[in-house]
Structure formats: structure tokens, C-alpha cells
Design a binder for this molecule. Sequence first.
Ligand code: MN
Length: 470
Amino acid sequence: MNIDTLINKVMKYNPEEVEKVRRAYEYANEMHKGQVRKSGEPYIIHPLSVAYILAELHADGDTLCAGLLHDTLEDTKATKEELCELFGPTVAMLVDGVTNFAKSDFKNSKDEDAANMRKMINGLTNDVRIVIIKLADRLHNMRTLEFMPREKQKEKALETMELYVPLAYYIGVNGIKSELEDLSFKYLKPREYKKSNDLREEITINSDAYLQDMLLKIREILNNNGIIPDEMKIRIKNIYGLYRRLIRKDRDPHDLIAIKVMVEEIDKCYLTLRHVHKLYQPIYSKFKDYIGTPKSNGYQSLHTTVLSETGEQTQIQIRTREMDAFATYGVPICWDLYKEGGAAEMAQIISKNQGLLPSISEINDMYPKSDRYFIRRIKRELFGDGIEVLTKIGETVRLPKNSTPVDFAYSIHTDVGNHMAGVLVNGEQVSFDYKLKPGDRVEITTDELAGKPDIHFATTSRARRMIRRP
Ligand code: MN
């Protein structure tokens, strides 16, 4: 990894910013001069690698510079004022946003970690780029974790799994999310990791022949019908995903292997689906139209599981080029918004349908003094296993596991919660303490005369807080 590798990458999608990126590199290189990483490499390799990860996400110029400079405030004599003068206020703000608090402010490392995590999570409500730089920073640190002592490895791996992986999910950077999962898994459960990795290799080898055959036949039928796919490729679940699916949860193999078909427009997605179903028998219950009903993080695609000629279950994912870019890069694909100062718009995209940002501010207000309580609550409520349910008009809402209709009502609007009179789930009347299940379609009836629901029926901070409010 050197500056030329980075410059070549940036040149391909953002040539206007190359000079500024080079200047940021030269400054960082000067500042970190003489410092080395645990691996023995010169320190500058780390910020360079972080900037390279950001360039893979097609980050804008300011974000790339901030990636190169991200450790200068913490580890060198650089100041925010100086960064502002040299690289502008946005770069200075981003670097400041990713800089940890001074160690001397804390009595112990638990408090220090919690305060820094809190700063990062709140960064999401200021400027999502702060979190993206933090994710890239953590990804490179996890890639080079072998040089850390055993205890530190476990600690970092756990923190990554519990906090960074959910953040990556929310922002929709799927590539980073699955790599972080696999790297954490490797240090948390080395034996299971190895088993799952071996299994993945076995599946890859055993399935190659029939997958190649399917690819060929799908391409042929599409071409014969005037559809030229932009790209087709085979994807096998990541190591951690495989472990969750096969070893811990259930043995349902339907989405372990997927063939991705990218076409140019939405209508062709549905036409492609029709041709695939002509070739291979679909499994009825496994069909998902995430184009009609996107996932709560904005993901769109058609998913169908079919049986190959030899009877293997294979998932076919069909989507447009744009949908695929979104699935890979997530929210950051809208980097252009920043040119018009669209940080607020970006934040809206993230919070759309999932109430993430209001929930973060709620929890932030609840624990003004304790960073550790804040983190605990965030983990339980936002980053734990969630479920996705649907509104009356079919919009997706993400809620923590075990949520009730009361939690749902308050996530829609305070007034809906305050005046809820009845609940229909999938058309049937249920009680206020009903435990919502994934895919439930929830309809709340309100009545101006109805009072607030009993607080015991609420599990989320938001609902409990609104019910308690006089
Ligand atoms: Mn760093």
C-alpha cells in the first residue's frame, strides 16, 4: 500500500480531488514521521489503508482527506485550526469527529471506550461520514489485529460485533459489514470459525459445476428473449452468516448460495424473474419482492429460491445496477449530495423507515451522565436482533425483538400511541401486549377519547418515555 495505489483508485472516479488528497497524504506523512505500528510498519500505512477503503466506497474528496488525517489530532502535534486552514472546515470537522477523547479524562478504559463509542454513535446524527470513516478505521485495525495481545483481540472483536457491525448494517455498507463479522468471529470463536470456513470451501467446490450450468442457462434464456444482463455472479454467504445459519440457528439452506443477476431497468427485473421460473421450479414460500417493499435499510432486490436440475436450493437475486450499487456501498452512494451540503439529507435517508436517529437522540437524552448506560441501551434496543413489520400501507418498520403494538404505535407517531384504541395484526384483533413477529402487518385504530396505554405494554425507550411524559 502506497500513495500511488490510492491516487490511481481516486483518479478513476474523482480526478478533480486528486491534488487535495495528495496534499493531505504529504501532511499526514510528515506528522506521523518516525511512528510505527505494532506490526513494525511505518504508521502512515494505516491512514493510507483507511483512505483506500473509503476510496473503494467512492468517498468524496473531504472524506478521503479526513481518512488520511484521521489520527493526526490524536497522535501528533497537529491542531484542528491548522487542519481547517490547510484543508477547509469540513475536513477539520470530520477529523475532529473521529478523534477519541484524551485518555487523561478517564479513570478506566471501560469509561473511556464508552465515551468514545457514544461520540461515534452521536456522529451519525451530525454527519454520517464520521461513522463511515470510523468503520473504515476499524476495518483496517481488525485486518491487522494479529499484532495485538490476545486479551485486546477478544475485546476489540466483541466491540466490533456488537457495535460496528450493526452500524454498518444501518448505513447499508454490506461489504464492510460482512468482512467485520468474519474478522470478529475469527477472534471470538476460532474453532467454530475454522469449521465454518472449511464448510464454506467445501460448498464452493461442490456447487461449482451446477452453478456454472445454471449461470449459462439463465444467460441463454435471457439473451433469447432480448435481455442482456449487465452482470451475473455467484455469491456464497460469508463465514459468519454460514455459521449462524447452519450451526446455531436452523438448517434451512435456501440462501447459502445466490446467483446475482443485474439488469438495466426495473421492468426487466420482473421479466427476468419470469424466465428464471420457466427454467427452474421456484419454492413458493421463499419468494421476496424487496423492490416493491424495500428492507428498512433501503435494500432493494427480487429474491427467489429455485431448485437446480439436481435438486439443490439456489437463491436468485435480481436487481438493477443502481440497486446493486446501493447494496454494496449503502447510503454513501449518495456522496454527491454532499456537494450541496446535504448532510441532513443523508441523515434522513438513514433514518427513513427505521426511526434510528430519533431513537438515538431519545436514548441520548435519557442518560445525560452515564456513557455506559447509554451504550448498554443502544445495544439492547437498536443493535440487538430486530424484527421488521409492516404498516397498514405496507411500509417496513424495524423494531427491537419482543416489541408490542404499543412500541409500534409510538414509533409511527406520538399521537398514534397516545390515542390507540385497538390493534389489528394481519387483519385479526390482538391485545396491546401481543409480541410482534417478523412480517406482521400492523394496523392501529385510534380514538381521540382513548387515554395513553399502560406503560407495562411498552418495551422501547421511546414508547416508555412518551407514556411517562405528563
Ligand atoms: Mn486509526
